[in-house]
Design a protein around this ligand. Structure first.
Ligand code: PSU
Ligand code: MN
Length: 330
């Protein structure tokens, strides 16, 4: 049985009642039964995005990774909820068949940020949600933690192009904690951190003082604060919720050290890919997928292997945080 939930949800039961006037005119989100059960019984749930599946990795590694990440979340005691829009319906929690469908669709699915949601729903399309759209749906159904690989940021030359990922503004307006390996050096990391400060987003580095740069443990930028355990993260999220600060939290987990050795190799590929992107005019929402695919080609798959390793590591830590948080909020 599928739960159809009228959102914005703070109290699941309340919103299941169609008489509730608050739910009038609001969007309909489909929550899969396992996720719905976990949410209503206060168990740990971890949201997962789907652009990483459709646009972030090639098939079949995308499907294998998506399944492995869900399995890691489960092994660590939480319920995974991959979020995507299928046939115009925002879905929170996908079946294996739905994950397969999305993985095979790949770039035929629409890369869906906050601005794209209404159009994908209105046209009955298939949308792979980015960090911004995934945060929004996670928040609607009451999932406080979301795991991904990397978030978007201020693009290099963003001071001229104004290309600033809506992930950053979403972090400023939606109270969900995002576990990521920081921000890729395809982006302007110092400006990304400045912008997050402007948006009032708490940025915490996990077991390090440095803000990590996705493929490498260091970025040359100091993180504004530091956390050293899942419990530290859970207390941070709990305080953010209790104070009703309204903004999200970015928990930046460095890539496992055994993988970061290839970081410098990847860094030189990034420089080359950036040059090519400018030459080929790959801009806007096409820029990140272009760079990711090109860096993977140039490093002969080393960047993809690192990407998979860090997402799995984030999933483990994210699930541990979710379990700790559900203990605190019992
Ligand atoms: N960074 C990655 N892998 C990704 C993305 C970013 O290392 O797959 C995706 C995420 O879904 C992120 C989005 O939310 O790209 C940001 O895109 P843009 O820069 O167009 O906002
Ligand atoms: Mn952009």
């Amino acid at each position: 049985m599928v739960s159809w939930v009228l959102s914005r949800i703070t109290n699941l039961q309340n919103h299941l009642n169609p008489e509730n006037p608050k739910s009038k005119g609001e969007k309909i989100v489909k929550i899969n039964p396992e996720v719905s059960e976990a949410l209503s019984s206060g168990k740990a749930v971890v949201a997962l995005e789907s652009t990483i599946i459709s646009h972030g990795m090639p098939y079949p590694q995308n499907l294998e990774t998506a399944k492995a990440v869900e399995a890691i979340v489960r092994q660590n005691g939480a319920t995974p909820a991959t979020i995507a829009i299928l046939d115009g319906v925002p879905c929170v929690g996908l079946s294996v068949e739905e994950l397969e469908r999305l993985a095979i669709l790949g770039k035929k699915a629409r890369k869906t940020a906050r601005r794209d949601i209404a159009h994908v729903v209105a046209t009955g399309g298939n949308g792979a949600t980015t960090v911004s759209a995934t945060m929004l749906f996670a928040s609607m159904v009451g999932i406080p933690i979301f795991v991904t690989g990397g978030i978007g940021g201020v693009h290099r030359h963003g001071e001229n192009t104004m290309d600033i990922s809506s992930d950053l503004t979403e972090l400023g307006r939606t109270p969900v904690a995002v576990v990521s390996a920081g921000v890729k050096s395809i982006l302007d990391i110092p400006r990304t951190l400045e912008y997050l400060e402007t948006q009032g987003v708490c940025v915490a580095a996990y077991k390090t003082n440095e803000f990590p740069a996705f493929f490498t443990e260091t970025s040359g930028c100091k993180a504004p604060c530091r956390v050293d355990s899942p419990e530290d993260c859970a207390r941070l999220i709990d305080s953010n919720m209790k104070l009703d600060l309204g903004a999200g939290i970015l928990i930046a987990v460095p890539i496992p050290s055994e993988r970061s050795a290839t970081g410098n190799l990847i860094e030189s590929a990034i420089q080359k890919a950036l040059k090519e992107a400018r030459e080929q005019n790959a801009t806007g929402s096409a820029e990140t997928p272009f760079l990711l695919a090109r860096v993977n080609e140039l490093t002969e798959g080393a960047s993809l292997a690192s990407n998979i390793a860090l997402v799995k590591n984030n999933a483990r830590i994210g699930a541990q945080i979710a379990v700790s948080l559900s203990g605190i909020r019992e």
